[in-house]
Write a protein that binds this ligand. Structure first.
Ligand SMILES: [Zn+2]
Ligand SMILES: [Zn+2]
Ligand SMILES: [Zn+2]
Length: 305
């Protein structure tokens, strides 16, 4: 994304009042915008928008809330459905309540501009836009965030920033944008295991045998033969014969019982039900146990499908 080019963006003004259109154009010219299209109603606004898109660029849109021919929010929705990344600034005639502004933003408007339109207000809006684009450009990872998020149902702010190697300040504008575009939504905070040395949550779990610490083991069912008390893996009961007393095991629940979720070590032959877990920090290679791990909480987000 090229930051210095914001003024080179095309602008589309959809407003039925020629006076407002001319004023807006004048202000935008002053701020450096040169390619400005004006339309007096929703229908031609949408048509013009499509033509601009065809020419390979996404215009900045100023949309009057009170259009004669169409409900302005429906115009906005149509523009958004053509280009979800279009920034629509809604001009509203009267002071709006906090609530109705929130609604506009929730529906996908980028900003609102109260009438009467003043140069200062437009300047402010353009500045915000510039700052946001600049932040996005430095992060340059909107796609990475989207990728990371779309691969999981939930993700924490901590994970996003650490995985992308960015600060929270760099990530938050992107999050804000994705939230306002209804791509993601805020959920509960998420607690994650972090390296006690470097605080990184990019850690791998390492499973091993509690006896020999080897990592070579498999999941097994175990059989206990009541008569002789032998406890060993199902596979050790060759042809249903107990490996200890060599008698046939016959009736389940009477002669023997079977239990799932056991593990047999291929190295030391230990049978165990609880795997030992250690952690390896993928950042600094520190190895640590759960007792020594750090638990870090951060805001969670969920992808909206
Ligand atoms: Zn570490
Ligand atoms: Zn072992
Ligand atoms: Zn036996």
């Amino acid at each position: 994304m090229n930051v210095s080019k914001l003024e080179e963006k095309e602008v589309l003004i959809i407003d039925d009042s020629p006076a407002v259109g001319i004023l807006l154009k004048e202000f935008l010219n002053k701020l450096g915008f040169k390619k400005i299209h004006s339309c007096q109603n929703g229908i031609t606004g949408i048509e013009t928008f499509k033509e601009i898109i065809k020419s390979g660029t996404v215009p900045l849109v100023f949309l009057d809330y009170n259009l004669p021919d169409m409900y302005a929010l429906s115009v906005m929705t149509q523009l958004l459905s053509i280009r979800p990344d279009v920034k629509v600034i809604i001009e509203t005639a009267r002071e709006r309540t906090e609530e109705s502004i929130k609604d506009l933003i929730a529906q996908g408007a980028y900003q609102y501009l109260a009438k009467p339109i003043r140069l200062e207000k437009i300047k402010e809006t353009i500045e915000t836009l510039k700052n946001e684009e600049m932040e996005l450009a430095t992060v340059d990872t909107l796609d990475s965030v989207v990728n990371l998020m779309s691969n999981t149902t939930q993700i924490s702010l901590l994970r996003l920033s650490q995985y992308l190697n960015k600060t929270d300040e760099e990530i938050l504008p992107i999050i804000k944008q994705l939230v306002s575009n209804k791509k993601i939504t805020k959920i509960n905070t998420i607690k994650e295991i972090a390296c006690p040395k470097c605080n990184h949550i990019r850690v791998a779990q390492m499973f091993h045998c509690p006896k020999c610490k080897g990592a070579d083991f498999k999941q097994e069912k175990i059989i206990e033969h009541y008569k002789c008390g032998n406890v060993s893996t199902e596979s050790s009961y060759n042809e249903d014969k107990c490996p200890k007393c060599h008698q046939l095991i016959k009736v389940f629940g009477v002669d023997y019982r079977m239990q799932d979720n056991f593990y047999a070590c291929n190295e030391c032959k230990e049978i165990f039900s609880e795997i030992s877990i250690n952690y390896l920090c993928l950042k600094c290679n520190d190895k640590f146990t759960l007792e020594h791990a750090k638990l870090l909480s951060s805001q969670g987000y969920s992808w909206l499908r």
